[in-house]
Design a protein around this ligand. Structure first.
Ligand code: PLP
Length: 260
């Protein structure tokens, strides 16, 4: 039987990130993907020129339609844009069988354009994070949530992951890709273990959609029945391959997408 995953996220008209990256990832990993749109972005490889939020009631309507019919075994949550959108998603998550939940706390696009209202960060952390099986911040997002400087050492990454768990996260994958080291080392922290997951650092400008792709790859693996640790390792291998292949893609004239 084909496993089913859902992505609750924004659309990237340029096709590199958001819902489009998530569905490509689900497909590549053999999972059927359904989608709940939270916002439309007018966007290309240079940046975001507009955001059109989906009304929260319609986010709920999409979730009802999907979960009342499809036997979903994992859900990935990405761009949420507004506090009201978070409220709608929280209420619906509590109501439906979502399967395991991967929360990617999307805050800014790779171009630096904001994708989450400043006042929404609190609700994301207090109301949604505790409902997710795993949250996958990068170093900037973790620092922003914690109102701290970005971690620059493994020691600081450990401390910030622990702090996120104190705030209610069940498991944390703190992504070290924005650090300076030779390897891109991510820290997986669960309630009973810490594990470093490494990938070779790859020099390329085509990294648009990496966060979306990694979180949806974890969701796809979970949808297929993998345990959390195996899902994270397989997803890291998938994103490393997609980044490595990205220079073969010539899409747009700015920061291009990774290659699925
Ligand atoms: N979601 C949407 C709709 C986006 O447009 C973006 C980035 O542009 C993201 C999420 C986050 O992208 P990334 O995977 O590059 O972190």
């Amino acid at each position: 039987m084909t496993a089913i995953a859902v992505t609750i996220a924004g659309s990237d008209s340029g096709g590199g990130a958001g819902i489009q990256a998530d569905l490509k990832t689900f497909s590549a990993l053999g999972v059927y993907g359904a989608s709940v749109l939270t916002a439309l972005t007018a966007q290309n490889t240079h940046g975001v020129t507009g955001i059109h939020d989906v009304p929260p009631a319609f986010v709920r309507a999409q979730m009802l339609a999907v979960y009342s019919d499809l036997a979903v075994t994992a859900t990935k949550i990405g761009m949420l844009s507004q506090p009201e959108t978070i409220e709608a998603v929280v209420a619906s998550v509590k109501q439906h069988k979502t399967g395991r939940i991967v929360l990617d706390p999307v805050m800014v696009a790779a171009s630096g354009d904001p994708l989450l209202a400043q006042e929404a960060v609190k609700a994301l952390v207090s109301d949604l994070m505790p409902l997710a099986d795993i949250v996958t911040p990068n170093l900037h997002e973790a620092a922003h949530i914690l109102a701290q400087d970005m971690a620059t050492s493994e020691e600081q990454m450990r401390a910030q992951a622990a702090h996120l768990m104190d705030l209610g996260a069940r498991c944390v994958l703190l992504k070290g890709g924005h650090s300076e080291g030779e390897d891109a080392r991510d820290l997986l922290k669960t309630c009973d273990q810490e594990l470093w997951v490494s990938g070779r650092r790859i020099e390329t400008a085509n990294t648009h959609g990496t966060g979306c792709t990694l979180s949806s790859a974890i969701a796809a693996e979970l949808a297929n029945g993998a345990g959390l640790e195996d899902a994270v390792k397989a997803a890291k291998a998938y994103i490393s391959g997609a980044i490595e292949a990205s220079d073969r893609l010539k899409i747009g004239t700015g920061h291009g997408p990774v290659h699925h």
